[in-house]
Design a protein around this ligand. Structure first.
Ligand SMILES: [Fe+2]
Ligand SMILES: [Fe+2]
Length: 408
């Protein structure tokens, strides 16, 4: 082979190495990273199979995390002891690479895994993977394919070892990055779950304080998310913000004094002025909490009316954020079909008549139409999933108080 040909081969090999390295490192999902590594090394090294094996420190074991080749599916998550009796064990224990070109003569090759998988290992090259001086596993490539000149199966050589070792450094970094990303993701999801539990607790407190509207906030979360999805909102983050807004829509009522919020008789004009401050109070409070910023439109605008007669700003039509328009229908539906201290629950038919009456005055016609198009059975099913409110007789076995002030 000429010097020019050798140089071409090396440049081509370097380009492949660079491309495969980028392909591995551009992914953060751990399973996908492992799959990519096992595929990349087979292509780089021109072998029949590969395995990515990681160290399980807690159980002192080695685990086949990913494999490529005919026996790959049988190896998935297969574990074996971390000791020097296996090729992978010897490599991770000593930190040295190992070439075995004749498996029949090697003290390191037991053949146990071949017996389980029915794969026939002719030769094997195994190199350690380490990050920051710590061995996290190894990469094996098995059965080097015949070269372009000869049909005779090839042996692994020192150059192969150098190439696979270089690739293993990139693979180890990619695995470490993906693991760290997985840990951050898991911590974030735990944090979000904790936040959500806090918000549920807060919303239950609002419900308890606000005239026994038991479970109202949880129900409107379900309704609002569902109707938003039917109106074409599909972004998970947007839907989560809608849930937060629905859950906390009346959080501002926590600043309204009991003498007004729980007044048994009708509110006078001054008291109504205070009561109508609750969207602003809620918005002011939540605007201090960054992760709830995008929930503010529902909190601030849930009492705006389509024709501009609502509060706090008297916004008209599509100037009212869509999530607040969707929420307003769901909030009213739950209020009028639930028992309150001063009234029995209305039927779905009565609620339908109410919405048809107020369509285009209080509520966005498009939202009302979408709500009604789903039909009674749809909303009854959702209600069953989230839990009914208590009946009036359960709340007030001795009779219920007269209507004070309607819903605010
Ligand atoms: Fe409200
Ligand atoms: Fe409400």
């Amino acid at each position: 082979m000429s010097t020019a040909q050798t140089l071409d081969d090396e440049l081509s090999s370097l380009a492949t190495f660079y491309e495969l390295g980028s392909y591995i490192c551009s992914e953060l999902n751990l399973d996908e990273v492992l799959t990519r590594i096992s595929w990349a090394v087979v292509n780089l090294m021109q072998t029949e199979a590969s395995s990515i094996i990681t160290v399980d420190e807690a159980n002192n074991q080695l685990t086949f995390e990913a494999a490529y080749g005919v026996a790959a599916s049988r190896l998935s998550k297969f574990t074996f002891p971390r000791n020097e009796k296996s090729v992978a064990g010897w490599v991770v224990m000593t930190g040295q690479p190992l070439i075995i070109n004749n498996t029949h003569n090697s003290p390191h090759f037991s053949g146990n895994i071949d017996r389980d998988t029915h794969f026939v290992t002719r030769n094997i090259l195994c190199v350690p993977m380490s990050v920051k001086g710590k061995i996290i596993g190894c990469i094996e490539v098995l059965n080097k394919k015949a070269g372009t000149i000869s049909e005779v199966p090839a042996d692994f050589n020192d150059l192969d070892m150098v190439r696979l070792s270089a690739m293993s450094s990139q693979a180890a970094v990619a695995i470490d990055n993906a693991r760290q990303y997985q840990r951050v993701e898991s911590a974030m999801s735990e944090l979000n779950a904790s936040y959500y539990q806090c918000l549920l607790f807060l919303s239950d407190t609002i419900d308890l304080r606000d005239s026994n509207t038991g479970g109202h906030c949880r129900r409107v979360v379900k309704y609002t998310r569902n109707l938003a999805e039917h109106l074409g909102i599909s972004d998970p983050k947007e839907l989560t913000d809608i849930e937060y807004g629905a859950l906390l829509h009346d959080v501002g009522k926590l600043k309204i004094e009991d003498r007004i919020l729980r007044k048994p008789g009708p509110l006078d004009e001054d008291e109504w002025k205070i009561m109508r401050m609750h969207p602003q109070y809620g918005s002011d409070g939540l605007s201090q909490i960054k992760f709830l910023w995008r929930a503010l439109p529902i909190v601030l605008y849930h009492h705006e009316h389509w024709d501009g007669s609502g509060y706090p700003e008297g916004r008209v039509g599509e100037d009212i954020p869509i999530e607040a328009r969707i929420f307003a229908v769901c909030d009213a539906f739950d209020a009028i079909t639930s028992v309150r201290p001063y009234k029995e629950a209305m039927s779905y038919t009565e609620a339908r008549e109410y919405f048809l009456r107020e369509r285009g005055r209080i509520y966005d016609p498009k939202v009302v139409d979408a709500f009604l198009a789903l039909g009674e059975s749809h909303w009854v099913k959702l209600l069953a999933e989230v839990g009914h409110s208590p009946s009036l007789n359960e709340l007030f076995p001795g009779g219920f108080p007269p209507n004070p002030n309607g819903t605010a």
